[in-house]
Design a protein. Structure first.
Length: 152
């Protein structure tokens, strides 16, 4: 059974899993949640103070459709283009529009799929097409606000 955790605890757990998977030189003892107005996480990355803003990629329209499908089963749910969005694009727009206090320290953006819950849905399988997806969906938005995030 999954225990309920606070947003800050969840973000730290996600961040630490990312650090382990990406083999980043983060001092894990320095990882701390930050107050509103600052990015979500502050830590030492290779000895440098760095902030990380996290964005959970979640398509709320798809969640609503999954709930509806569960309630009206075995009937089928009809879906329209406006029902399902690209969560990467929507979250990136949201994060790029925010302003953060960091006292000059760099910010990196971590967008992640959280597949702990059946309502979240499946993580898309990009295969060899992720580069194309990133170039056409995400990069144009990032280029509109250069310098906001050091890395995405």
């Amino acid at each position: 059974m999954r225990t309920v955790t606070s947003k800050a605890e969840h973000e730290r757990a996600v961040f630490l899993e990312f650090v382990r998977t990406a083999v980043l030189p983060v001092d894990t003892a320095s990882v701390e949640s930050r107050p509103q107005g600052e990015p979500d996480i502050r830590c030492l990355l290779d000895g440098e103070l760095v902030y990380f803003e996290l964005g959970r990629l979640l398509d709320k329209g798809m969640q609503r459709l999954r709930l509806k499908a569960m309630h009206i089963a075995p009937q089928q749910v009809s879906m329209w283009d406006y029902d399902v969005k690209l969560p990467e694009r929507e979250m990136l727009r949201t994060k790029l529009a925010k302003h953060y206090t960091t006292s000059g320290a760099p910010i990196e953006l971590l967008l992640y799929y959280d597949n702990e819950n059946w309502l979240v849905g499946d993580v898309p399988v990009f295969g060899d097409n992720f580069g194309w997806h990133a170039d056409h969906v995400m990069l144009p938005l990032i280029n509109e606000t250069p310098g906001r995030f050091r890395r995405v």
